[in-house]
Design a protein around this ligand. Sequence first.
Ligand SMILES: C[S@@+](CC[C@H](N)C(=O)[O-])C[C@H]1O[C@@H](n2cnc3c(N)ncnc32)[C@H](O)[C@@H]1O
Length: 277
Amino acid sequence: MAEALTAAPASIPALLAGATGRLTHAGCDTPRLDAELLLAHALGVKRERLLVDGALVVGGAAGETFEALLARREAREPVAYIHGRKEFRRISLLVDPRVLIPRPETELLVEVGLGLPARSRVVDVGTGSGAVALALVDERPDLDVWATDVSADALAVAKDNARRLDLSVRLIRADLLEGIDGRFDAVLANLPYVADSEKLPPEIALYEPRPALLAGRDGLDLVRRLVGMLEGVPTVALEVGFDQAEAVAAMLSRAGYHLVERLRDLAGHERVVVGRR
Ligand SMILES: C[S@@+](CC[C@H](N)C(=O)[O-])C[C@H]1O[C@@H](n2cnc3c(N)ncnc32)[C@H](O)[C@@H]1O
């Protein structure tokens, strides 16, 4: 068992070395990076300052804060929940365990939205923190952006983010697009797509909301239902798991989308399926 850090004064390199060892022992994937982010957070500075201020000795309240943050990360709480924030394209979103932490690959959905004609009406289904809808309206204020979520908790976070960022999105509580009266030029969605039986890392399994993750035996229950609601929608973009693009592309072809494209994430996996008609 690694020895717990005390709040005794220590230099930044010594604190980071100790913390990195503890996070490695706890099984974290990026222990050094996480230690730097948490120490910067405890000190209220940007991460780069840790290099510049390497000789600084940290103790007292800042040392205690760092110890508390580190203990949370050792319990595998995601850094974004510890910070309470996640950067997504040009915006910084408030996040907590009521919403999924937005992932970099989801920015592909925003990129599809950026290609829409002026003043298109677009809906982000399963908006969570509001990431896709808010990033889109931030970069394309001409678009008429709607967003739905079945979770009242998630919508409260999205509403808070919209107000704080001063961005205008129509937020609606709905089961997918059920009961929504409006014709859309595009539907964008990062819905739950994890199969019920899939084993997840502790960061996800213990902290992220289950209704934001799981979607039946093959993980495609919600995507399947949404595709069944798309009559007349010219453009659809759906985020999927790394091994689901084939099945979802076939689903969109069957639904009448003659042009079906797959977009890859930075790791080269097909993660967003786009259908046009
Ligand atoms: C994977 S999370 C994605 C959140 C956000 N779009 C993002 O990319 O960060 C899925 C979201 O879909 C919502 N959701 C689950 N079932 C839904 C349904 N039937 N109708 C609408 N939203 C749903 C969840 O509450 C959750 O916020």
